[in-house]
Structure formats: C-alpha cells, structure tokens
Design a protein around this ligand. Structure first.
Ligand code: GLN
Length: 507
C-alpha cells in the first residue's frame, strides 16, 4: 500500500482536497501515487456498490499528465487531485449510464461542462459513481446498473452502517467520499440529491444557485431544478471544487447565469460576528426526529458562540413544496425522457413488430419502476384538462415559495434547519412506499423550487437506540449567489468542531 510521506502521518486516502493540494504542490506525493492508491482502494471496497465504472489506463494517463504539469510549474488549481463523478454526468472516457438500463454501456462523444472544468483545473478522474436512475430517488435503491465487483444490481451501502441506505440520488458520491475512496465527488441536486446523501453519510455538500453550474452534459431530470455541485469532507474542500466547476456556459446551457466564476474560498475565514441565522418554525415541527433535532440545536448553539444570532422566521408553504415538486419534477421528466425512444440513444428492445411496438417495448424494458411512475404522473399533469388544475397551480405556488424566502431574507442572512426529518433508514425499509420517500424530501425541496443555494454539513450522530451512530447533517440555505457566505459559515463551524473529521469504522 502506498503511504504518504513522513511529513504527514495520514495515509493518502485520509487527505482531503486542500491537504492533497499542498502535498502535490510541494511534491511530497505524485498524482500517480495518489491515483494508484485510490484506484486500489475503490476496488478493495467494491462491496459498498459505489463505483459503476473505472478505467485504470485513463486515470493513470491523466495522473501522469498532472505530474508533468506540476514538474513544469504549470499546475492548475486542483492539479493531480482525484475526483469521481456521479454517473449522471456524461464522460467521453467512461461509460455514462445515469443509473438506467436505458443507457447501459453508453459512451458519450463529449464531456459534461462540469467534468471538463474540473479536468481543466487538473483533477484526475477515478471513475463513475452509482446513482438513482435518472437521479430519481432518495435512497439509491433505484439504480439499474451493476456496480463494479458485483454480478447483479445491488443498492449502494452506507459506510456508517452497511445495512442502511446512503441517501440519494447522489448516494454513490456520498458513500465514496465518506468511505475515503475519493477526496471529492460531483453530485447533482434536483430536490435534495446533494444535501440529503451528504447528510446521511456525514460529508459536506453544496448545491449552488440554479444557473451557477452548467447543465450541459448532465443527463436531464427536471431542467428547471437540476443543479450540479461538489461533495467532499469539508466546506473548505467544497469551496475549491465549486470555484473550478461554476461559471457561465451560455452557448451550451441557456439557463447558465452570465456571472463570472468566483473564488469561493476567499471569505472562508471571515468572522461570523453579527451573522443572522433564520430558523424557520416549519422545519422544526412534529415530523422531525428527536435525535436530529438535538444535534441541530447543539449546532445552533455553537453558531451563537461563534457570534451569530438566531432569528425566528417562517416559511409558511414548506409543506406545499412536496406536492408542488412532485408535479413539476415529473412533468419536466416526462418531457426530458421522451428522447429515450430506442432510436437516438442506448437501449432498444430485441423483438418488436413495428415502430410503435418498438417504442413501447424499449421504454417498458429500459426504464425502471420509479422512472415510469414519474413519466405517468408527469404526462397526466401536463395533459389537456389537468394542466390548469395541477401544473399551472404548482407553478403559481412555486413562485410563492420563492417569495416566502425573499421575505425571510429581509430578516436574516442565512437559514438553518435539518436536511431530512430522520437519519438514513434501512435498505428496503421504504422501497415499496414511494410516498414515504417523497415525504422525506420536505426540507430540501423548498430551496430547490426557489433556485437557492443550499448545503449540508455534518453536525453530529444519532444517539437514539435504533439509529445510534448514524450521521446527522444540518442544512444552510443562502440567498441567490450567496455560496461564499454559506461556505464561510460552514467552514467556521468546522474549524470549531470535529464532526466532519469522524470516520466510519473499517474505512
Ligand atoms: N429525492 C428527490 C426525488 O426523488 C430528489 C432527487 C434529486 O435531487 N435528484 O426526486
């Protein structure tokens, strides 16, 4: 096993992005050494079901190129640092499946912008990570792709307790970062898929303002909500990745914001003195598990010690975000997924009689149950006679939810609350109950519907008898373009606490 230099006692997989940046720049380790170590580690922990594709030759070629750039003094911001991508981003050198049988073995002719930008910054790609099919899900049990090292489709496991889900839909990303298989991963968040798995696996993740990160090359689920972001082991590490992956991409994504890339690390150390943190009453109601509440309360006290003040606020339409999201997201999904017709991409049924039979069989066989459920709901709410009653109403309430946030931000600088009502549940526990899954999204959906930046940071572990030791995340929501402030608040908290440094036993 490769060990890091004597100047750091940590093993290579224990180094986060920031620590690796230093170790690589000062030539204490090479990019090839780091990549070799983590590729082996990914294979050794295949039982978690995180990786769906790895190509040693591609990864090592990238690492060698990084080492050459470091030697020439031409290192990029993240030169030689490994990253693994959620398999919802298309990649030229790895398969791109979006967790679906429909795209099994599919190779894209190009890289997603987020993938390309991280590569431009010098990052080395370790492989592709499991996710819920087309990013639909909260548990990563909806994947249809067989993970590396398995001969059948398996759910991704939570390294803190392998009988539990890692969360979803970026479950492979969260589990890989938590198990120290990679210092960082990409995720996407449509209704919570970066924040919720980050919370369930005890890692840090941020979804930027809608439009900050390009959607080009992200397999589309719900285009008005989908947003990419990083997951890592600290806010400082997330800031580094976010700085590299954001920025305008106007020619390729018409919803990309025309705002120059920022250095999100610039204000990490700013004082929190006088920071007003809004506490929405609706996020602390009956549905919130006692262990989650206790951990969040303790974190809020810590914030007060750091100089912040807590301001009671109201987000009165929090509950409505569930029906609104589960109308709008399926509506957009039903339209986006029409492109999978057996002609343009991926899977086509073997036997069929005519064109229409080919469409039907291809889609019946290629899509999983949850995806079909959403196509049906989406088609229904967009159909003549129901459009006004459902889709249009949902759009109106979406606007009101966004307005509620603007009113709240008149009183506070950030909003804090739980990410999810409970810690990660057991594999299989909710797999037959889609509505139970949907309800668990209640605290992440509002920021998604409003297009606001949100993040999750570890604030403790469950002490309840049945969930003991499972990680608990806290959500911070900022106003538009306030990512630097979110990361500053999370970083200062992490400077004062050690929850983010805890490691699952055996990893
Ligand atoms: N759990 C939510 C859903 O199933 C969110 C998924 C996501 O953010 N991609 O739609």
């Amino acid at each position: 096993m490769t060990r890091s230099s004597p100047s750091t006692s940590a093993e290579l997989h224990e180094l986060g992005v920031h620590a690796l940046q230093h170790a690589l720049r000062t030539k204490q380790v090479s990019a090839v050494e780091v990549a070799t170590h983590l590729l082996a580690r990914g294979r050794a922990h295949a039982s978690l079901g995180t990786y769906v594709d790895m190509r040693e030759d591609v990864t090592l070629a990238q690492a060698r190129a990084s080492d050459e750039r470091i030697a020439r003094g031409q290192a990029g911001l993240l030169e030689g640092i490994p990253v693994a991508h959620k398999d919802i981003f298309v990649t030229r050198d790895f398969a791109s499946t979006a967790g679906s049988r429909m795209l099994k073995g599919y190779r894209s002719p190009f890289d997603a912008t987020v993938v390309a930008r991280l590569a431009q910054a010098g990052m080395v790609t370790l492989g592709k990570l499991n996710c819920d099919e087309f990013a639909m899900g909260s548990s990563n049990e909806n994947t249809a792709i067989c993970a590396l090292g398995h001969d059948a489709v398996v759910p991704v496991r939570n390294p803190w307790n392998t009988a539990r889900i890692p969360g979803g839909s970026s479950g492979g990303s969260a589990a890989a970062v938590a198990a120290l298989l990679t210092p960082a991963a990409t995720g996407t968040d449509t209704g919570g898929s970066i924040r919720q798995p980050a919370s369930f696996c005890g890692v840090t993740g941020i979804k930027p303002t809608y439009g900050r990160a390009s959607r080009y090359g992200m397999v589309a689920f719900a285009s008005s909500l989908d947003q990419a972001g990083p997951m890592a082991r600290s806010a400082q590490d997330c800031a580094l990745l976010l700085s590299a992956l954001c920025g305008p991409d106007l020619d390729r994504d018409s919803t990309s914001l025309d705002i120059p890339a920022e250095d999100f690390s610039r204000s990490l150390d700013d004082s929190l003195q006088g920071l007003r943190i809004g506490i929405p009453a609706e996020f602390f109601g009956e549905g919130l598990a006692a262990d989650v509440r206790t951990a969040i309360d303790a974190a809020l006290q810590q914030y007060q010690q750091l100089g912040a003040t807590l301001v009671p606020i109201s987000l009165p339409r929090t509950e409505l975000s569930i029906p609104v999201y589960y109308i709008i997201a399926p509506a957009e999904a039903s339209s986006n997924l029409s492109r999978f017709d057996g002609v343009k991409f991926g899977y086509r049924a073997d036997k069929y009689t005519d064109l229409s039979d080919m469409y039907k069989k291809t889609r019946a066989q290629g899509f999983g149950e949850e995806v079909k459920r959403r196509i049906m709901i989406g088609t229904y709410v967009l159909s003549h006679g129901y459009y006004d009653a459902y889709y249009l109403q949902a759009q109106k309430i979406r606007r009101m939810i966004a307005d509620d946030f603007q009113r709240a931000f008149e009183q506070c600088d950030l909003i804090a609350g739980p990410v999810a009502p409970t810690v990660a549940w057991k594999i299989g526990e909710k797999s037959d109950d889609p509505v139970a899954n949907y309800l668990a999204d209640i605290f992440t959906l509002p920021a998604s519907l409003a297009g606001l930046p949100g993040m999750s940071l570890p604030v403790g572990f469950s002490t309840s008898e049945q969930d003991r030791g499972m990680p608990i995340g806290m959500q911070l929501i900022g106003n538009y373009l306030q990512e630097a402030r979110l990361l500053n608040a999370a970083h200062r908290f992490q400077q004062a606490t050690a929850h983010h440094l805890a490691k699952p036993a055996g990893y």
